[in-house]
Design a protein around this ligand. Sequence first.
Ligand code: ATP
Ligand code: MG
Length: 451
Amino acid sequence: LPRFPGTLLLVCRTLRKHGFSCYIVGGALRNLALGTPPEDYDLATDAPPREVMKLFRRVIPTGIQHGTVTIVFRDHCYEVTTFRVETSYSDGRHPDEVRFTTSLEEDLSRRDFTINAMALDPLTGEFFDPFDGYSDIKRRLIKAIGNPEERFEEDALRILRAIRFATQLSFSIEQETYTAIGRHVEHLRRISWERIRDELSKIMEAVRPSRGFLQMEETGILSIVLPELEKCRGVLQSPPHRFDVLDHLLHTCDALPPSDPPLRWAGLLHDIGKPETLSEDDLGGIHFHRHEHVSSHLAQRILKRLKFPNAVIQDVSHLIRHHMFDYTPDWTDAAVRRFLHRTGPEYLERLIKLRIADRIGMTGETAPSHDLAGLKARAERLLAENTPLSIKDLAVDGHILQEDAGIPPGPWMGKTLRFLLDAVLEDPSQNTRARLTELARNFYTQRGKQH
Ligand code: ATP
Ligand code: MG
């Protein structure tokens, strides 16, 4: 037995002292069997939720109608769920009735996959594994408990969970289970986008999300949860691209770090508008919208549908909108400044990562990226010098321009400030109060007064 956190043992001992049992279940046991340290512990008990609430000082009724409460300590939180059985699922997503039980066996048999239906008593070391989950872990296999058809009819989210676990753990999906997935994809339409999003997010944190997306394509899940991505299959691109748009997007996504999910979403969706913009090319050869704007817009719609928070949607769409830049060492400092102004200095590193991943996604091979390293170094030098990049960095403001240069408040003030910023991005030595006042006065007498 590994060394469990002291507070975990305390929870188990307290429940035991009051005549209840308490087992570790779920992801923590999978991790233990795989030799990776558990991140969080899900616990199962025969104590009714109200009893659990009484026994501990800080308990939050996080899902009390399903029997789940969360016990909070300074170092850890434990989700404790009362043994339960779920009677029937007439809608394919919520059990009609949750019935609590005192039987561990009954509780384990309502779970989704064999590898998720094990229980360990951390005090005695007793291990319950009625469906041979441990040997499926050793065989690296995702297998539904009992009849997969029935399990997916009860709760269609499980078909996406199967793919998620296979991707996260690099396991295969057992044949019968896999076949049943294909037969139940339509049932996913009843599942809320929030639950779908949570599973997709976990796929995005895997080492190679592409494995999951390819299985989603093969089973038909993709056409339901991300039809826009499915449309990229077979959309061909000219060299140096070696892949169609879908494979290109998957390679790009894999090449980005799992620790930055929004960046991975940007990688996955950065060319999502291509099926549309490439056909515009065929039709008339004229891009009315540049493709990164179409892609960024479409990505926003997709992430909104998946109920991602606004901050994430904005982050991803900003990355996509600015992912196309062709840096060459002959860019002037002014060009680097204009780039930083346009994209935002806080996006520098991630945009460069996205650019590199995009190139890897063209050929499947890592290409040298000296040029981008050069851009990073130059941008960092300019930032260290506090080079002016936005209107708030100018040596003048609206008040000064009104008093010293006679610019009236209103639309011309904005236009003038914008003009001054362009001048300063071009040549930052002009960023003095005297020079900018002079430039402003000339600009306004030549352009503003005529209107
Ligand atoms: P992780 O926490 O790493 O996502 P987990 O296996 O702990 O993995 P949870 O979603 O925390 O997954 O659920 C805990 C346990 O509850 C699972 O191991 C499984 O036994 C059971 N479970 C969760 N969702 C379902 C479901 N939709 N159908 C059946 N059992 C489920
Ligand atoms: Mg868990």
